[in-house]
Design a protein around this ligand. Structure first.
Ligand code: SF4
Length: 316
């Protein structure tokens, strides 16, 4: 039986960013240096496939530091942790390695600097996301207020409207954030913020690539995990940019074939924590049903690399 033709547009850049790459390397190097088990507080990056592979190598994933023994190394995930976490590890004399992405650490430093200057901070982010919890946890309670929407901006109660700064989560929707920043500036004209926002290069580039592809395609598959903020944003960006069907899939087995019935073009991208193997798996699954022609849509090139902490570059 002849397969129907399918024009497949592959977003570039897609998948792993420099922060995720570094965080995974940190766990692998820690396992080589100290042997198994190495504890990891929270999923090192939000991807089950990555976590399962590291678990097979001897990483043990826990949610709280209390779940780690004193005598084994522990790694803090790429999303960042409240200040209390390394302080507790230090008090227990534990070996710990912080895999917080340097671009998240930059936001932590920004928040601290504003605090030292006597400003209260408004964070634009998603409630309960580990990055938001980590950034808010850099300062004492009440010093960082969270807003998630334009509506929240109207309700937020601040100490002094003339002494405010804002920071953002790194993986937000560029367009939604611009709206929230505009609302903040309208209500608090003296608010201080970063030149653009704190949304990172990887989030920006992946969203821009999706925007460029969306008008050309009948459907978009975003390879990523449901708890990955930047992956979920890619689905929203695709829908808003005019793609009539966009689905988040962790693996090829999650593809909803009925929803793809009758399509002649499709776009594929991957969130910053999704490995390329999973993109290949999805393409292979499409090839079983369609005569696929692949075109890469490159909207940016990335050459960002972050060094792993020195502790891991030195022998045990
Ligand atoms: S998505 Fe951005 S902030 Fe998050 S780990 Fe990657 S580079 Fe760092």
């Amino acid at each position: 039986m002849t397969k129907p033709p399918l024009a497949l547009y592959l977003a570039a850049p897609r998948g792993f960013c420099a922060g995720v790459d570094r965080a995974i390397k940190i766990v692998e190097m820690a396992l080589r240096k100290w042997g198994a088990p190495v504890y990891v507080r929270h999923e090192i990056v939000h991807n089950k496939f990555v976590v399962d592979r590291l678990r097979e190598q001897g990483a043990v994933f826990v949610e709280e530091l209390e779940d780690c023994p004193d005598d084994r190394p522990v790694i803090f995930s790429a999303h960042g942790v409240p200040k209390a976490v390394p302080a507790q590890a230090q008090a227990r004399n534990m070996i710990y390695v912080d895999a917080t992405c340097p671009l998240v650490s930059k936001v932590h430093i920004e928040a601290e600097r504003h605090h030292e200057a006597g400003l209260q901070i408004i964070m634009i982010g998603h409630s309960g996301h580990p990055e938001t919890v980590g950034t808010m946890g850099q300062l004492p309670p009440g010093e960082v207020l969270l807003v998630e929407t334009v509506e929240d901006v109207a309700k937020v109660e601040v100490r002094d409207p003339s002494k405010l700064a804002f920071v953002t989560q790194t993986t937000l929707s560029i367009d939604d954030t611009a709206g929230i920043v505009a609302a903040l500036r309208a209500r608090f004209p003296q608010i201080i913020g970063p030149h653009k926002e704190d949304i990172c290069y990887a989030t920006t580039n992946r969203q821009e690539a999706v925007k460029a592809m969306a008008p050309k395609i009948d459907a978009m598959l975003v390879v990523g995990a449901p708890n990955s903020s930047n992956s979920r944003r890619l689905v929203e960006v695709a829908s808003r940019a005019g793609c009539s069907y966009a689905q988040l899939v962790q693996r090829a087995t999650e593809i909803d074939w009925r929803a793809l019935d009758g399509i002649t073009s499709i776009g594929i991208t991957a969130g910053a924590s999704a490995p390329e193997e999973l993109v290949d798996e999805v393409i292979a699954a499409l090839r079983t049903r369609y005569d696929v022609t692949v075109t890469e849509v490159e909207t940016a090139t990335e050459n960002v690399e972050f060094k792993v902490p020195r502790a891991l570059r030195e022998p045990a």
